[in-house]
Unconditional design. Sequence first.
Length: 507
Amino acid sequence: MAEAVVEERQLLKTLRWYDGFVICLANPGFLLGSLGFSVVDLGGWGSAMVWGITAAIVFPVTIIYSELASMFPDKSGGVSVYANEAWRKYTTLVGPVATFGYWIGWSVVLSFLGLFTGYIIQAAWFPHEPYGTYAFGGAKLDNGYFSTGSVHIGLQHLIAIGLIIAVWAFNVFGTRIAVSYNYIAGGLLMFPLFCFTVLPFLNGDFHSANLQYTVSAPGHAWGGAQIVLVWIWIIIWSTAPEAAATFAPEYKDTVPDTRKALISSAAFILLINTVVPISLTGGVGAKTVGLYDYVGALKHLVGSGATNFFVVVMAMSFLMSMNTATADGSRALFGISRDGLTIKELGRLNRFNVPGNAMSLDMGINILFVLFVGNLFGILVASNIGYVLANMFAISAFVLLRKDRPNWPRPIRLPNIWVPIAGFLAGAFALFSVVGIGWFQEAGGGAVYGGTKNKIIGFSVLAISLLLFLFRRIVQDGERPHWREVTPTMPDEEPSAVVEAPGVPAT
């Protein structure tokens, strides 16, 4: 079996492009996890418009990532690797910021969807057990079994913790186990997707009267353009199939498998994100979707007799989304540690040839989120501060690498017209960040957007990434920090000596 060598252990090349596609079947779960809030803010038609626009924006970004992935086929980490490779010539600080920004965007998915799944399971089968703190808006439903001081722990929280541990176990024992589960869950996911996309039209439940358009309602600035930009910023994380590129070193035929996985996933996400908001909201009503009453939606669409089966399938699909989140985020930390930009411990593979330390970090942090953070959707939105910036740096990496490494082998080379397209998209992501972070406040969105506390958490993650970078360079590597690096122009060249900032002596 061919292998991509990574120091003392190896990332095994066991995947094909359709494995990458199955990994990205997590995205419908991300859609269902955020859809309700967007319908409340935008109405059914407005929500469908924004989800469709966002998926359409992400599609060319995915094509850009296919060239970048082909340039570094042996590097794990995806978006964060591209950002670091292009920007380290100018500053070494982009790499750790992009990595931890990208990682936290995926990591928070574990606690958010874990609690979401726990809530659905409890609503379907254990409605009389304590709910505790409602994780999506921060409101207290009841006192739960016990309190941690900031969160009342109910059954949904205990289920979430169990699912987070289960996802860790799926992944820490090897990639093949996690991907095999995704095949099972992905196949079963087609049943509720059919119910949410096609069935409302077939059985007559779809009514256009259920769909509203509230984007330009009073109080929305710029004729509604502001709230559209905010929601694009919020849901970029749930529409991007870039996770398929993170696994590039593990595909058997790296270049064609990476390209096929990315493009097929982007096309599927574009279809689902455009149709589901229209069909589901039109079929069961904005109130049901806004309250995340998917159990009630299923009873309405398929009848109470089949609801239990569909609850199981939905729970498995959300677990699949969590599965992808921990696999993708852990490889981002692993890849950047291998490049010397965060602590060495995150760059180690366990005896099953996966980044076990990074996965365990994911598990621990998300259990703490479940226990001590009441408004997890606010944290999820806060994580977009780093996630969207990471993608902005990665998209701009396409432009910088074309300029700085014109002769670097590109097995997938896009036409030159893609350079200004990438520049435009990088600027668009910067605009989304400015508008989104500016709107991220207590007023208006309230429980949804989270406010100052969650914004501080989002920026703190980026600050911690820089502290860990300095710890790696000063303590673990025994060198003075350097802020720029001379990069090779061809893969077989060794990078030359670091370039120190003015006034800092060379080491």
